[in-house]
Write a protein that binds this ligand. Sequence first.
Ligand SMILES: Cc1ncc(COP(=O)(O)O)c(C=O)c1O
Length: 484
Amino acid sequence: MSFDQDKAPVFEASMQYAERRPAYFCVPGHRYENGTGTLLREYAGDNIFKIDITETGITDDLHCPSGAIKEAQELAAALWGADWTFFLVNGSTCGNQAMILSALKPSESILVAGNSHRSVNSALILSGAKPVYIMPEYISDWGIYGGIGPEEAEKMFRLHPECRAMIVTSPSYYGIVSDIRALAEICHRHGALLLVDEAHGTHCYFSAQLPEGALACGADMCVQSLHKTGGALTQSSLLHVKSSRTDIDMVRKSLQIVQSSSPSYILLNSIDTARRDLALHGRDMMRNAFELASLAREKINAIPGMRCAGRELEGTASVFRFDETRLVISASQMGITGFDLKTRLFEEYNVEVEMADRRNFLAIVSYANSREDIDRLVSALERIAKDHPQERPLKELTDPPKQTFCAITPREAFFAGKKTVSWEEAEGCISAEMIDLSPPGIPLIRPGEIFSREILDYLKQIRLAGGLIQGLPDDTMEKVTVIA
Ligand SMILES: Cc1ncc(COP(=O)(O)O)c(C=O)c1O
């Protein structure tokens, strides 16, 4: 079957509808541009509101596509190499939920990477599936998680042959890619599905210089935030299926549960037109991202006291590949935290970066960045390094504890009675919350797991070091929420 990637079926249908402009007695009630918020209309212009329309004979129906949306999804599937692709208007969040809902029955077991995003936890709450956590390795030198090792996966499947699926995040926020091909082989040998949260990996499919995408490596399903690195508007994402092991009908039904019954046509148009651009120009776009990031990395590594991670991470801590468009930057040798750097970059130099942890900050370079953006980031870092008095390196922290023990499922924890207790009283109690260290890098404990002394000591260490802890009940940072 040949695919004309120059087409944009949803956009063409929306244009046709906007031109026809019937007297409108449906939702949304603003009636094209007429009744929208005045301030927004003055700022944004009229056209965007003309395509904020609904399911019609011309514009098709996301939940039961037979026309423009069906064709647009088929074009996306062909581009990313999937058997089926579904457009998502509620981010990879709903994609992770649909993957897990469709793959497992309540109380079936799934191997879950311990550094999974919160949406995976929400998927476990919705589905009632039973997680067995598999921890990625830890890169002590950078204070970030590495990949999920194939040997560890094999070991976990032998210990838990009841697992019907495994979900891993690859690339991670920090650009760490696991060996998906090896993980897929292991999962399939054990009769399990491999689900990949590829929220940060849409762009990888368009450059040989970037890690290979999960679909090409044997993943059964993956989700991608097209808005993160593929040029679509926020919340626009994709769920791809490439597998005869997946129940496609269950995927559809699951999406009907987690997606709005009034999907935004602005977002659907955004997905469709971003797909077209990637198909026509994706290789040039990603070459630009790669070259800008490489230039930035080289210059940052030349600043005394600063460093930027790169492909030297590969082959350590189960890092199979590293996505070089991620700039993980540290000035810890100069005693500056990632949090301070992020704040100073914004407040003093008007440079905004994605996130920070205690040791590093993360800048994401996209195809749409310019050489000037890179120069501004690099020269701000040069100035910070020059002005900074020589200080002692940041104190090294111990690695986060690896041991986890899941006493009840996230779903049971979600519905259980809860109470708050002091850290001292928490040892041996079951956590009711996910506690993250610095957004959104390191979930230290997940709902349903038992607080060990090691975990509590680690939390204290982070608090003393000025780290950010999310998931505590109040600002005192002295209590945790546990199952009553
Ligand atoms: C690894 C990972 N998975 C899933 C998500 C959720 O993606 P979305 O924002 O598209 O819902 C995020 C969001 O940051 C993420 O980092």
